[in-house]
Design a protein around this ligand. Sequence first.
Ligand code: TLP
Length: 343
Amino acid sequence: MKTIDLRSDTVTLPSPEMRRAIAGAELGDDVFGEDPAVNRLQEVAAEMLGKEAALLTSSGTQSNLVALLTHCRRGDEVIVGDQSHTLLYEVGGAWTLGGLGLRAVRNDARGRLDAGELRARIRGANDHFPRTGLICLENTHNQCGGAVLNEEDLAAVRDVADAHGLPLHMDGARIFNAAAALGVPVARLAAYADSVCFSLSKGLGCPIGSVLCGSREFIAEARRYRKMLGGGMRQAGIIAAAGLYALESMVGRLAEDHENARLAAAGLAQMPGVRLAPEPQTNLVYFTVEGWDLGRLVHRLGEAGVLCFDEGGRLRWVTHYGIERADIEEALDRTRSVLAAGG
Ligand code: TLP
């Protein structure tokens, strides 16, 4: 029986072509700035996102922490969504390692920050208060079901940031999914933020990596923080070569993952007790199942060869490279049988 792994797009394995690109990478010491593949990836990524410069990091978590440290001073407060990955799933690095406070603003169901609440959370000049140093957005928004922030949503936050002279960072771990869903070049979305990071290791199918993009000055400083966090890698071209291949060859196929997510959602929604939470916009499908202990259901599905996560009272299926339409049909069939057999 084939295992259909829908836990995350992080489980993707490199394609044979990507493995060949890795094997053929021209390498050097990236701490000396001498790895040709890394330098090329950073140039290509910066250009695609419409920024001056870029920095390869080991992970999305590292990119976000480096961005926060670079934008802020110790003791500052960073405004984040209350459902953001940075607040919920990055191990408290901002306050533990950075001495930064995270101040949460409610995310609505579409992953947007409530504009009124956002304005109210920005600190005024007062000796009793920490300084607000940064506003963060997430696009697509993981906990909000892979929701996409469109240009209007981004412009609204940019206006608030500008009115208060604050920089804006975008956790764009899945920004290429957002761009594919909106049918716009990724640079159009990145233009609203001062810094944007995107993951190589999710929908783009690479084994490792994230890229942080911003101004030349910002990236020069970010490079120092990356080193401080132990992220100075040597022959990192073996990672960058996969990234370069992905930017050329994997971005164009993300729409297929979205199509498969819609197929999964349509099938799941017809099963008794299943409710989409919410309707998917990209490659993440969250749903609830009435009358089941979700831990037990995840276990039963696992026995049936369908791997998924229990994400805080909801199950999550993620479509990605390596999952074909037929795999979704098969996963739906197996899920139907598991539900019919009962808890
Ligand atoms: N998300 C992972 C898990 O950590 C939950 C996943 O499977 O979805 N920003 C966003 C929006 C993310 O979804 C993730 C990873 C990260 C940052 C962190 O990236 P990594 O795992 O590379 O540190």
